[in-house]
Design a binder for this molecule. Sequence first.
Ligand code: 5GP
Length: 220
Amino acid sequence: MNDRKNRGIIIIVSGPSASGKGTVVSRALAKADDARLEVQLSVSMTTRGIGKGEVDGETYFYVSKEDFEKNIAENNLVEYNCYAGEYYGTPKDKLEGWLNAGSSVILEIDVNGAKQVLEKYPEAVTVYILPPSFQELEYRLRSRGRDSEEKIRYRLAKGRDEIPEAHWYDYILVNEIIEESADDLLCVIRAEQSSRRHIEYKIDEVLATYGEEQEDQQND
Ligand code: 5GP
């Protein structure tokens, strides 16, 4: 138990492409300070091309296939997956540092990656972002104007296959209004900080102070 002391929490956020999870996460991060929560975002590595409005090093680290495969070989990734013919993975370096410093870390990754992370970090918290409907999902995919018709069909079919996996997530947020979903995500993080599995070590810490109050009185 002691090795878990004051460690940050891993929050895995998954959801179909265009469910709005990226926006929910970035709004939650923007509000985290006001909510007095220390939360970091793990920036993934990908081989897919950079999209409209995306920033290298912020949205993703955009790398070549060769570079990605080198990172796999050098064991630099906590998990990785191939999606729509492109690699996506979570870099290991920063994650452990943040957790040890007591900061929570959001990993925005797919269901496959979530399973890999849970094998290494079973205490991680899982949150699934559901779109209100497939009509809304298709509308959002088309309006961001990034994918070909073929890719849009692929992403919708992937969503149909993936959404049943939400059954094993700890929390499900139906993303109708971004700001509300962002607030809900922060509420999840706050609640999890008080969950027994994360703070049980405190019981022993408090018990260890028993007797100190009498000593204080005697010394007065
Ligand atoms: P997109 O191309 O829409 O940004 O992402 C496609 C899918 O890859 C999404 O389901 C997204 O959550 C997932 N993804 C993004 N980063 C990672 C990662 O580091 N690891 C894994 N396993 N999936 C990721």
